[in-house]
Design a protein around this ligand. Structure first.
Ligand code: GLN
Length: 313
């Protein structure tokens, strides 16, 4: 029998957040901002935000928890949830569920594996999910923006025009991935359409406080902020499983070892972790490690898991 993990009511989250803040302080500014997208390259690396939202409605924050940053690949867990909420399972004929062991924008595996991406969280997999969502809804960006508006409680949440332009300007590698998949017959919409919605969803500006609130969708095992159900508890469990194995790309093994929670990262420096049944934890530090994951954010989540006892393992 596994040892039962502590109930959130037994955790002093305010003390945990203080401890995380102190432990992360020496790492703020470490790493390199994602300058392959010019607009992200201009972000001040000396910022750090942290927020924990619990399923009973409390939110604990520290530092720059209310500063906006580009959500980037963290959007991919929400587009996946939206597709699973409406799909008959056909998505899984278009994308696998295995870790890639390759960088998130690698082309090599995609060619060898005939245009079927390894998982929904690397770029080609996420482009397929957005393409699928666009076919299901008629407007993939609007669907994910609406979901995030509802779950964060911020009716103004939107993509930043400059970031979106910067994503498109520097997006040749994503174009290469998308055209390769189109050649294999794995895109349903024209490449420019699928990519435009993908670039927009990545450019949504969000704060740690909002991200933690949105992450509760999975912590509540598929239930939305208003109490209705978006996805089944089984699909919520499956998304968190894929976050654990693929959410931080070719560093997912290291994150399982260090943090031991389902995590999803973005090159804006955000990291979102989910503790099923308990809370969602957002950390933000713009400096990235060579695999594209926030350096300070990883330290914060590692400390959070160790101090709260919330690690899954
Ligand atoms: N928009 C980024 C890209 O397409 C997202 C990558 C990420 O956050 N890992 O490269």
């Amino acid at each position: 029998m596994p040892v039962p993990a502590p109930d959130t009511r037994d955790i002093d989250f305010a003390a945990v957040v203080d401890f995380v803040t102190a432990a992360t302080a020496p790492h703020i500014g470490a790493g390199k901002v994602a300058d392959y997208i010019p607009d992200l390259g201009r972000v001040d690396p000396n910022q750090f935000g942290f927020a924990v939202a619990t399923v009973d409605g409390a939110v604990h924050t520290a530092g720059d928890a209310d500063v906006r940053f580009a959500i980037e690949s963290i959007s991919k867990m929400f587009t996946l949830a939206l597709v699973l909420s409406r799909d008959d399972g056909s998505l899984w004929q278009r994308v696998h569920r295995e870790p890639s062991g390759e960088p998130f924008n690698s082309l090599i595996q995609l060619e060898i594996e005939q245009g079927i991406p390894r998982n929904p969280f690397i770029n080609p997999g996420a482009i397929v999910v957005t393409d699928h969502l666009h076919t299901l809804t008629g407007n993939a960006y609007d669907a994910v923006r609406t979901l995030l508006r509802d779950e964060t409680g911020n009716p103004d949440l939107h993509a930043d025009g400059v970031t979106h332009g910067s994503e498109a300007y520097s997006g040749d590698r994503n174009r290469a991935l998308a055209y390769l998949m189109a050649d294999f017959g794995n895109l349903r919409n024209p490449v420019p359409v699928a990519l435009d919605h993908y670039f927009r969803q990545c450019s949504i500006m969000i704060t740690c406080t909002e991200l933690a609130r949105a992450g509760l969708l999975l912590a509540r095992r598929g239930r939305r902020a208003d109490g209705t159900r978006l996805i089944s508890a089984d699909d919520a469990r499956r998304i968190t499983a894929i976050m654990t194995t693929c959410g931080t790309y070719d560093e997912a093994g290291e994150f399982a070892y260090r943090v031991g929670l389902p995590c999803k990262s973005g090159v804006g420096g955000g990291l979102l972790a989910v503790v099923p049944g308990r809370c969602a934890v957002a950390a933000w530090g713009p400096g990235l490690d060579p695999k594209g994951n926030s350096v300070a954010g990883a330290v914060a989540l590692e400390t959070f898991a160790a101090v709260s006892g919330c690690s899954l393992f």
